[in-house]
Design a protein around this ligand. Structure first.
Ligand code: GLY
Ligand code: MN
Ligand code: MN
Length: 463
């Protein structure tokens, strides 16, 4: 992304400040976090901060005033520290490198902020995200109030900066979409590699056991080989019954012929996430019950794709998937008609939740579960299902518009239980793709890895 993109976004923030009666936006990046003693977790910048600066160094702050003037606070150059921790941009180079109007060493924050906030109407900062930020803002306000007798006015309002930033981040621009498509291609390549390695390994007679973490290693190899910085979230590699644990992390369970493997993994590329799930037979051949459930989940995903277009609501995809899955649960005998009634009864009572207990998708962008209001705030509340078998009155789901990106991820998870056909026990299946809303519908940006069962079998045969 070039410098002008970030400048344009900062100008948009300034416009929002002016429309809200004026003020100053204050935004820190993420802190470094200690893992133990002097060892840190891998550093990840704050997504809001990066969205407005493109700057990834820790200990940095951005201030934007209502006229659009931006000030950066960052770590000063330090030859000694740079030997240990690496290069720092430093405030001297920041205006030319980042397009900000002024820059100071981060140590000057408490001295400069009261000056930047003086005589402004409001302070806008992200509420509830940065431990200690509220106290710092209070401290700057207290300094200003101490000067009131000298005619200095302290801001009288505190506003949540994330309201405006969330709306901006929800609709992606062309540069962001290009990055997300590339992240989707890399993640798809990683899934392909995992499937192919699984098939090859199963053909090796007498090899050492093949475990979930081996596949996790292949995913990571492909992410990094293709330039992605990291997984966007901990990779799920779940063999057999482990797939019924929704947030299972890749462990040491052996992959056994005849079983399924569910992989939910996606890379982060230059600050943008991808999120793909595929479920495949470890040895490359679906059994009959596996295929029956798989085809049902795939049909549910197709219904969710068809329900994802401008004007539709984000929740429509879930409702479409739930209807297909509920019909299938009755048809396959997972739910009995005697006990659960018709498809509409299954939906109204939320009986489907025994086998499908999560949502069908979420916003995705810089964060895998990206920011953005899921409700349409400018419409009145309406009565609607609460998703748990009851009803609730609340704002309707957000209408989709081009440039929004959602995941579509129905699943089925069958735990052993009385009345549930034994042939389906312990099967867990999810299919997940990332979809950009386009003027005519949606574009699936993660389909370089197939979903059709025949295509999965073919690619594993040819591996
Ligand atoms: N990988 C997290 C999710 O699918 O929501
Ligand atoms: Mn997801
Ligand atoms: Mn996922």
């Amino acid at each position: 992304m070039d410098r002008s993109t970030y400048s344009r976004r900062r100008m948009e923030v300034a416009r929002v400040l002016r429309e809200g009666g004026g003020g100053v936006a204050v935004l820190p990046t993420a802190p470094e976090r200690i893992r133990n003693r002097d060892t840190h977790y891998p550093y990840r910048h704050d997504s809001y901060f990066y969205y407005l600066t493109g700057f990834t160094e820790p200990d940095s702050w951005l201030v934007i005033d209502e006229q659009g003037r931006s000030t950066l606070f960052c770590r000063p150059r330090d030859p000694e520290r740079e030997i240990w921790d690496g290069y720092r941009l430093g405030p001297e180079a920041a205006p030319a490198a980042l397009g900000v109007d002024a820059a100071f060493p981060v140590e000057a924050l408490d001295e400069q902020l009261p000056l930047l906030l003086a005589d402004r109407a409001a302070v806008h900062y992200p509420f509830g995200l940065h431990v200690g930020l509220e106290n710092r803002v209070e401290g700057w306000l207290a300094q200003l109030r101490a000067q009131e007798r000298r005619g200095v006015a302290a801001p009288r309002a505190l506003r949540d900066l994330t309201v405006a930033l969330d709306d901006m981040r929800l609709v992606k621009d062309e540069g962001e979409l290009a990055l997300m498509r590339q992240a989707g291609r890399i993640s798809a390549a990683a899934h392909l590699r995992a499937m192919q390695y699984s098939a090859r390994w199963m053909r090796e007679p007498g090899g050492t056991p093949w475990r979930e973490y081996h596949l996790e290693a292949e995913l990571l190899h492909e992410f990094r080989r293709r330039g992605a910085q990291a997984p966007a979230y901990p990779s799920i590699v779940a063999a057999g019954a482990n797939a019924c644990v929704l947030h299972y992390a890749a462990g040491a369970t052996e992959l056994k012929p005849g079983e399924l493997c569910l992989i939910d993994a996606g890379c982060e590329l230059d600050g943008y996430a991808s999120d793909i799930t595929r479920t495949f037979p470890v040895d490359g051949r679906f059994t009959a019950p596996q295929r029956e459930l798989y085809e049902l989940v795939l049909a549910a995903q197709e219904a969710a794709v068809a329900a994802t277009h401008p004007g539709a609501r984000q929740r429509d995809a879930h409702q479409a998937a739930v209807r297909v899955l509920s019909e299938g649960m009755l048809a396959l005998g997972l739910l009995s008609r005697d006990r659960h009634g018709s498809v509409d009864d299954v939906i109204d009572s939320a009986a489907y939740r025994q086998f499908f207990m999560h949502g069908t998708g979420h916003w995705i962008g810089m964060d895998v579960h990206d920011v953005g209001n899921y409700l349409q705030d400018d419409e009145p509340p309406v009565e609607q299902p609460d998703g748990m078998g009851g009803r609730v009155v609340k704002k309707p789901s957000r209408r989709l518009q081009p440039g929004m990106v959602v995941t579509l991820e129905p699943g089925l998870y069958v735990r052993p239980a009385e009345g549930v056909p034994e042939r389906y026990w312990n099967l867990g299946i999810r299919i997940e793709d990332d979809a950009v809303v386009t003027p005519g519908g949606c574009e699936l940006i993660t389909r370089d890895v197939p979903v059709a069962p025949d295509e999965i079998e073919a690619l594993m045969r040819e591996a």
